[in-house]
Design a protein around this ligand. Structure first.
Ligand code: DC
Length: 232
């Protein structure tokens, strides 16, 4: 029986630098890259298009057909939802907020777990999100938990949104971030938290290159230690 290739799980709050670091690490390792936050954002878009709100009394029943039919594909930098390119839509601030709210629902998490486990079944993947090391692949060979000071995260997010032409103040970004952290960490199902065996990296004062270098150093150290053990 062939064992799968290793899995690298990167979890952490919004704005800690997960996406850029994960994409670059995947490139350097020659692994594929999966942004699971983008998948929750696709769910939010699909739900909104179907007229379903997280405030609906019967939200789970109304979401069932949306989740059953959902098809999410990544094509390079693009994300395709049911055959349509939703790359631009997924970055709308409202969609991040909606994704966070829908992601607290059991059927949404169950469907995403199914799709994410299928996508990582062969390994050779860097997967980033909130619950990869705790719930999706608790047996991932390498787990990182990326954190950063909330003001730094808000500043990074604000700079990103400004570049995209969004009209929002840095203070508003900070307030939304605090609320999103609270919701993602406080929910009952698969909340954002560090897996016991995850390595925490604080990116507050680090460049993305330094974060990737730190991750690679940890990965190589473990691989070399395993090789030494085999030889001994
Ligand atoms: O990473 P992001 O900001 O694009 O994620 C959007 C929301 O999706 C986030 O606020 C919580 C949810 N999410 C999740 O619950 N589990 C994941 N593995 C990834 C994202």
């Amino acid at each position: 029986m062939s064992r799968r290739e290793p899995i690298v799980a990167i979890d952490g709050p919004v704005g800690a630098g997960k996406s850029v670091a994960a994409r670059e690490l995947a490139r350097e390792l020659g692994y594929s890259y999966l942004n699971t936050g983008a998948m929750y954002r696709a769910v939010a878009i699909a739900a909104r298009e179907a007229g379903v709100s997280p405030d609906d009394a019967n939200v789970e029943a109304r979401l069932a057909p949306v989740l059953a039919a959902i098809e999410i594909k990544f094509d390079g930098e693009k994300i395709m939802l049911n055959g349509h390119d939703v790359s631009a839509k997924k970055d709308e601030p409202d969609i991040g907020e909606l994704a966070s709210r829908f992601s607290a629902l059991g059927p949404v998490r169950a469907r995403m777990r199914e799709l994410q486990r299928a996508a990582g079944a062969d390994g050779g993947v860097v997967m980033e999100g909130r619950d990869i090391g705790t719930a999706i692949f608790p047996d991932a060979e390498f787990k990182f938990f990326l954190v950063a000071d909330v003001n730094t995260r808000a500043r990074r997010r604000f700079d990103e949104l400004k570049k995209k032409g969004a009209s929002i103040t840095e203070h508003e970004v900070l307030e939304q971030m605090i609320e999103r952290d609270r919701r993602d960490s406080g929910r009952e199902l698969a909340p954002l938290k560090r897996a016991d065996d995850a390595i925490e990296i604080d990116s507050t004062k680090l460049s993305i290159d330094a974060v990737v270098a730190a991750m690679k150093a940890k990965i190589n150290a473990r691989i070399n230690a395993a090789k030494d053990l085999k030889r001994a």
